[in-house]
Write a protein that binds this ligand. Structure first.
Ligand code: Q9C
Ligand code: ZN
Length: 334
């Protein structure tokens, strides 16, 4: 299986995040990549195909904001990384706002996703990495792995959040659609619900979204990922959420994943995108499931057995030393 990664993805390195009422070290570090590359034996540089496929998913005003935010923040005299603090939770509408704090709040769903001077470049290349893997699979590869970082599934069409800036799974799925795949499914098995991916495809019937994740009644992102969220309009029934409790082990996770795969099989996709997070591992520092390194091999084999051309994109996973082994186990199982 071909693997893709661009060194420019390493440049995004926020210093700290708001966590439980104080600042802690940022969990989504460049060291995550080093752990994965060491375990999987390297990756190929993706081509630079420009931003058309990114613009096919994200609003132009949001992309302009991601590029402009660091200078606006600096010009406002602020130290460190740009972080929002006020959010338009009601009467969300187009306003001609220019203050950096207004723009940050308008384009974020939480205060835990800083924007640095290098964020745009790193996120852009994370998108190129997802696109390179998609091009490989659309061209006939059975599967490909995109070592995306920053991750993507919490980012919506016009907002960042949850360590995510560009939704790499959505970019891959949309690129596959535009390359001629009539029906695309996304299986999200990160510990957290992929609210951004769900939002992007909420009212579309051509991209099926299924997610196995920690119950949002107890876990981030709280406001998305409940079992009654099934999509709307043309997308009615094309979203499937399977929340699970703290302490979930392989048997329950595998059963839920099988439910998701059955629903995807009924949808009959031409291509599958897997949003793979290893923050379901038993020792993850911010999560509460109990999968083992060997379990990833089983889960990946179950997905591979379905036979769909598959693009695997990296999402979360924060136990640095184990992360590479967990990703290698998943890829070996596939
Ligand atoms: N303060 C991904 O795994 N914070 N994002 C959770 C801790 C945000 C995780 C609560 C977690 C986002 C891609
Ligand atoms: Zn996660």
């Amino acid at each position: 299986m071909r693997r893709f990664f661009a060194p420019a993805q390493l440049t995004h390195a926020p210093t700290r995040e708001l966590h439980n009422g104080g600042f802690t070290a940022y969990a989504e570090t460049p060291e995550r990549v080093a752990s994965i590359l060491a375990a999987i034996g390297g990756a190929s540089q993706p081509a630079d195909e420009g931003d058309a496929a990114i613009r096919a998913v994200h609003d132009a005003s949001y992309l302009d904001f991601l590029r402009a935010a660091p200078a606006l923040w600096r010009d406002a005299g602020r130290p460190g990384d740009a972080i929002p603090y006020a959010f338009p939770i009601v009467r969300r509408r187009a306003l001609d706002l220019t203050r950096v704090d207004a723009l940050l709040g308008r384009h974020a769903m939480d205060a835990t996703t800083p924007i640095t001077a290098d964020t745009w470049t790193a996120a852009y290349w994370s998108g190129q990495t997802a696109l390179a893997a998609t091009r490989a699979v659309v061209s006939g590869d059975r599967a490909a792995f995109a070592l995306c970082r920053p991750p993507g599934h919490h980012a919506g069409a016009d907002y960042c959040g949850g360590y995510c800036h560009l939704n790499v799974a959505a970019i891959a799925a949309q690129a596959a659609r535009d390359a001629g795949c009539a029906r695309v499914a996304i299986l999200d098995i990160d510990y957290h619900h992929g609210n951004g991916t769900q939002d992007i495809f909420w009212d579309r019937g051509d991209v099926f979204y299924a997610s196995v994740h920690a119950d949002p009644a107890t876990d981030y992102p709280f406001f998305w990922g409940h079992a009654d969220e099934r999509g709307e309009g043309a997308g009615a029934g094309a979203t499937l959420n399977l929340p699970l409790p703290h302490g979930t082990r392989l048997d329950a996770f595998r059963t839920a994943q099988a439910t998701a795969l059955s629903a995807i099989a009924a949808f009959a996709p031409d291509l599958l995108v897997v949003s793979f997070g290893a923050d379901t591992w038993e020792g993850d520092p911010i999560s509460h499931f109990a999968l083992t390194t060997a379990d990833y091999r089983v889960l990946a084999a179950d997905i591979a057995a379905c036979g769909w051309p598959t693009v695997i994109v990296m999402e979360g996973g924060y136990a640095i030393d184990a992360l590479g082994h967990n990703v290698a186990s998943f890829l070996a199982g596939f």
